[in-house]
Design a protein around this ligand. Structure first.
Ligand code: TPP
Ligand code: MG
Length: 284
């Protein structure tokens, strides 16, 4: 398979130069190497520029509400474990509006992969501060600069015991493709936070700003299984910003703890004797 097997025909509505293009390319490269057919892949998102990504991939797609990408993704995986479930979400969608789902789905540990397009801004709604916007950054709403300390997704995920915690950079799509592939293969909830320049609304964290600071973790020298070291590595932000797999550990999944992996798939259950006409009326 190759990346073109996952190309959809939807016109792309991102700004020219947006880091989202690099994430889309990386994802398609990773899927080509994974070798599963589009029918076996489910892309799930909420609302935002990041959340448009599933439209641009030839695979199954569920596009839900803002901040609510994780609940349907988890439900779909539990119902049909044969699907490879991938969430594409924004820093606002996942860490702000969906923050509670982020925390509790790391605890729940269903086998899904979550790619966060972290442009440190609300892109779709034209540039308000998100949870990861840097202190002091001025926007049209935060006219005197952001006064809240930023949210630290990687440290939070490590503290919660997330089994796979990585950071990528959208400009380095080969490196990011390898991270996405590892994340998909990891059993359990995998988080890949991606540094993604927003050319329209984040005038600080630009391609150039990141390119000067980003460096790749040297896996020969760095022990990704050491939780304390991983926490320290995840906190490195400033002149040097590491990318790569920061923390990995094996954990039982929700499906294993509940024995769901040994039961027939819910999606195969016969529901012909259940009357769903009442529910269907609501969708007319
Ligand atoms: C319940 C709800 N609240 C707020 C909005 C408005 N809204 C849509 S997208 C968005 C923020 C998107 O930011 P992010 O998730 O970082 O994605 P980006 O556009 O930056 O990729 C907001 C506030 C909404 N659609 N629904
Ligand atoms: Mg954003």
């Amino acid at each position: 398979m190759n990346s073109m097997d996952f190309k959809s025909n939807d016109p792309i509505a991102w700004c020219p130069g947006c880091g989202d293009f690099g994430i889309l390319n990386a994802l398609k490269k990773a899927l080509a190497v994974l070798g599963r057919a589009p029918k076996d892949i489910l892309m799930v998102s909420g609302i935002g520029q990041a959340a448009k990504l599933p439209h641009y991939v030839k695979a199954n797609c569920f596009n839900g509400l803002h901040g609510r990408s994780l609940p349907p993704a988890v439900a779909a995986k539990i119902t049909n474990r044969d699907l490879t479930v991938i969430v594409t979400t924004g820093d606002g969608d996942c860490y702000g509006e969906g923050g509670n789902h982020f925390i509790h789905n790391i605890r729940r540990n269903v086998d899904i992969t979550v790619i966060v397009h972290d442009n440190q801004i609300y892109g779709l709604t034209k540039g308000q501060a998100s949870p990861t916007t840097e202190l002091g950054y001025e926007t049209k709403v935060q006219v005197n600069g952001v006064v809240l300390e930023p949210f630290h997704p990687l440290e939070t995920a490590i503290a919660l015991g997330c089994g796979f915690v990585a950071r990528g950079f959208s400009t380095d799509s080969d490196h990011l493709a390898a991270l996405i592939l590892e994340g998909i293969k990891h059993k359990g909830f995998s988080l890949i936070d991606v540094l993604q320049p927003c050319v329209s609304f984040n005038k600080k964290n630009t391609h150039e700003w990141y390119a000067k600071r980003v460096y790749k973790l040297d896996y020969k020298a760095y022990d990704r299984s050491n939780k304390i070291m991983a926490y320290e590595k995840a906190s490195e932000w400033g002149d040097k910003i590491p990318i790569g797999v920061i923390y990995q550990t094996a954990r039982d999944t929700y499906e294993e703890r509940r024995g769901l992996n040994k039961k027939p798939k819910l999606v195969d259950e016969d529901i012909s004797n259940i009357d769903i006409s009442g529910i269907l009326k609501d969708f007319k």
